[in-house]
Write a protein that binds this ligand. Sequence first.
Ligand SMILES: Cc1cc2nc3c(=O)[nH]c(=O)nc-3n(C[C@H](O)[C@H](O)[C@H](O)COP(=O)(O)OP(=O)(O)OC[C@H]3O[C@@H](n4cnc5c(N)ncnc54)[C@H](O)[C@@H]3O)c2cc1C
Length: 578
Amino acid sequence: MTNDNASGSGPGAAPPKDTFGQASNSTPASQQKPSARQRLAGLASHLLPQGNTEFDYIIVGGGTAGAVLADRLTENANVSVAVIEGGPSDVGQDRVLDLKRWLELMGSDLDYDYPTVEQPMGNSHIRHSRAKVLGGCSSHNTLISFRPFNEDLDHWANHYGCPEWSAARIQPYGDRLKVNAVPVQPQHRNQVAKDWVKASSLATGAPIIDDFNAQIAHRNGFDKAVGFFNISYDPHSGYRSSASVAYMHPIMPHGPYRRNNLHLFLETWARHLVYDEQSPLTVKGVAVRTKAGLLKTLTARKEVILCAGAIDTPRLLLHSEVGPRSDLEALGMPCRHDLPGVGSNLRDHPESIIMWETRDTPTVETTMQSDAGLFLRVLPPNAEPHPHAGPDLMFHIYQCVFDTNLERQGFRRPNHAICMTPNIPRSQSSGKLSLASSNPEDKPLLDFKYFEDPNGYDARILVEGMKWARKVAQQSPFKEHLLEEIAPGPSVQSDEELSAYARKVAHTVYHPMGTTKMGDPSQDRMAVVDQKDMRIVGMKGVRVCDAGVFPSVPTVNPMLTVLMCAERCADLIKGVNV
Ligand SMILES: Cc1cc2nc3c(=O)[nH]c(=O)nc-3n(C[C@H](O)[C@H](O)[C@H](O)COP(=O)(O)OP(=O)(O)OC[C@H]3O[C@@H](n4cnc5c(N)ncnc54)[C@H](O)[C@@H]3O)c2cc1C
């Protein structure tokens, strides 16, 4: 395995050229400003370099999905795989590997940290963390690990034109995941969380569940339930069982099963796709910028798989002249392939927050301060476009002062707090990702259109959530831990007041998805990825595999669903189990 920074040209090889036809091993990217014309000409006439910049497969993004594919594809020693990852390795990085330290990564050098545009119905200050490190967001997130509900997958099959993604087809992939997704272990269950679980059950009638995943995947799900989460971690060390730890570490140079056919290009940025000059919609490689600022091209003999996540995959496609023609041309950019769905269907799991001051904060007996959750059913089935028998309201609890969006509104910061966060499992708001300019360095515009769904479904769920949270807070044995409701405070009572507060301080649990959605292209012109094989509609040599392919929002936290999609994608590429 090589582990370099895209410095892979063989001895004596001609200097590789970037797609604008310039020798690329000497000129820093920052000094190169191609015109739109040069750019177009370059994309069409690129000469592909030979040598060890050529691989069978190129995976763009060594994140959650990318790590699975890197592992599964290199199982065949005769296949060479390059992984282009924008961030550094997580190996030996304690702040990444120690799950409890996840909050330290927010806004750090390992966070792409994307802002949102003005949200008239919600909170315009939300920033979307996206991890810039091997393992992607699985190296930064809280690793709450839910299998998708059968019904979510069957909805993809029956309502979103994805018959190949039914529960019967996809659920078995959950059984082969390598992450260690186990219920929070006894040593990490503190008294406050245990009392909250008990009180939640007493106040709502939700049964206490021992193992959410067993219930979801093998016992037909539930409409309400409470319990300790399944978390992908090592209960002995408290370290992550991220996609990187579970799939990549064993096959990296220091690992027990080192694979020489895996080529890792770390701190290397994929700038745009490179096309075959004879066939303008056939992808032959990826133009990259190395850590040192050098521009190079890596070539794929077989194909390129985009795993850069629901924000960076559509961003990369738009900078590769693939997307809505009108949007690209409005920015003075050429459009090679008019694919209107790129960037649309931007979805999330928004949530709000209700905070109480408590006597103290448990610091040792916890996985990462959010160990348990509650699911409820609060609205009738016809409130959703496609009725779903599962829960329509979810709560995380945070046993810490989680007040990023409260301080701004002037709420007092207590020393110790517990927060209940009503969350919308199947949020109906749908937004759009677009480019701010033709400059690839500019962060894209994220317009989630929070709470702009036409029937006000999302806001209704939050109002119900605020009320249920207060009922739980009045219930023993949890109520004895609480001193005072800090936010919104007891004076906020009417539905209108609760809605206004809940939307103003709403935040995200960092689940952007849907921006390169799968579907049946013969029925849905907004489908970006063909559900049959995960290839980009109308193109050759390129697939997408990350949270962007979700056609709709799964009820639960998405990481395991992303991993399962990647397992499926590996099978599709290998031509097995299909
Ligand atoms: C703070 C936080 C908490 C979360 N908590 C949970 C949770 O508890 N449970 C849960 O289920 N989900 C959680 N999520 C969401 C979940 O982690 C993501 O949905 C999932 O990991 C996304 O996987 P992905 O493969 O789509 O993208 P990612 O894992 O983000 O992978 C994308 C990778 O591509 C790389 N990349 C991007 N662009 C380029 C480029 N141009 N060139 C090279 N490399 C590039 C990135 O560096 C990254 O490594 C959380 C997310 C965050 C940020």
